[in-house]
Write a protein that binds this ligand. Sequence first.
Ligand code: PL3
Ligand code: FE2
Ligand code: FE2
Length: 250
Amino acid sequence: MVTLTTEQAVPGATPASQEAPAAAALAGLPDFSSAAYKDAYSRINAIVIEGEQEAHDNYISLGSLLPDQADELSKLARMELKHMRGFTACAKNLEVTADMPFAKEFFAPLHNNFQAALAEGKVTTCLLIQAILIEAFAISAYHIYIPVADPFARKITEGVVKDEYTHLNYGQEWLKANLETVREELTEANRANLPLVRRMLERVADDAAVLQMDQEDLMADFLSSYQEALMEIGFTGRDIARMAAAALVG
Ligand code: PL3
Ligand code: FE2
Ligand code: FE2
């Protein structure tokens, strides 16, 4: 019995290496080798690398505020370094250099708020910033990215997104267990930080569009993850609507 390969079945077909961009276009995917794609990717990828690095540092810092949780938190931190290495490989695979100064500046407002809360020993605020807001932001971005990613990055991102749910869940469980004592600080931390996340989503929109990621999809996915987390922590629908309104006013 003879099995035909694609090339035998289609006489004169080009080798896979040469047809890659055409195949991507046929599948409705962006041209990963275009200058425009690489330029946008240099910033988006840097944001992700910086975000994963800061997430690592933040979980280690949280361990200093919650010494009995330090082991668990250092496990979460280690996962973040693995994510960072994965996304570094994605840039290398596309021959892109990440724009790290841009990413540092992008994260600065949230970074500064986390550091200020840390210095005051405000566990609740630190957890809201890292384990809820940043993780929900990452989960939404990775969800929207996966269907339009290059095959190498898609595989890596699929693995990462599972871990991010573990991180979101960690924050959720701690806050839920302490809701009555943390409610007020949580509401205040939401008011101070949700507008910053909204601005970050707006700032990333143009570059994300080049990667074929839609801003409304990003925003909707973020809000649904965030809302679900707040519900799980124990807030009512009415509480959550008030908290979301902070992003409109702020
Ligand atoms: C914490 O675990 C991770 C924090 C990372 C923040 C991610 C921000 C995402 C920005 C939008 C880009 C998503 C596409 C990914 C491309 C490599
Ligand atoms: Fe991560
Ligand atoms: Fe994470």
